[in-house]
Design a protein around this ligand. Sequence first.
Ligand code: GAR
Length: 210
Amino acid sequence: PARIAVLISGHGSNLQAIIDANTIGNIDVELVAVIANKANAYGLQRAAKHHIPAHTVEAKPGETRECYDARLQAVLDDCQADFIVLAGFMRILSDAFVERNLGKMVNIHPSLLPLYPGLNTHQKAIDNGDSIHGASVHFVTPKLDSGPIILQAQVPVFAEDDIESLAARVHTQEHTIYPLVVHWLSQGRLHYQGGHAVLDGQVLASQGYA
Ligand code: GAR
């Protein structure tokens, strides 16, 4: 099976969704590492509970992005990860790191990209009066949250929503789409080619949501 490293910063519910999909056999991967940039990330406990090697790579005071990313790369090389799955990993990665892992690294982002790259996406959707919001999985390229989109899920926004209720609705969808993308990657069906995401030989409509 493909060797998957999952990078997290916090709660790790998307990590859990991937673990669960693997446990029940919806996907077949080897979870070779969970790496957090924060020692108190709850997802590290999820990893330990499921006997997945858990690593903390915390930034040192004054450390450059390049130095941090080199230490991160060393852990990934050590565990011979085929694919890197960013699941709530809240650090910007250097261009060099991204280029080195181009086509091997995916991210999940809590908006219908290209809407709302960056932070506070649920607040932005509410503030703009959007009636539809959602989540996107994309290949990671040097420009933040702008790589080719692989799969999106939409959710309705209700008048009475606050950030928590909307975030919860988006999260539920994330837990469905992310294991599916990991499955495609692990099966060798999904590739990054010429700036596009390609599934089963078909170019996926990149930046397709309008
Ligand atoms: C998810 O909603 C994910 O889309 C978001 O962080 C959350 C992590 O939740 N990612 C980003 O905002 C990336 N910029 P989790 O730790 O429970 O999986």
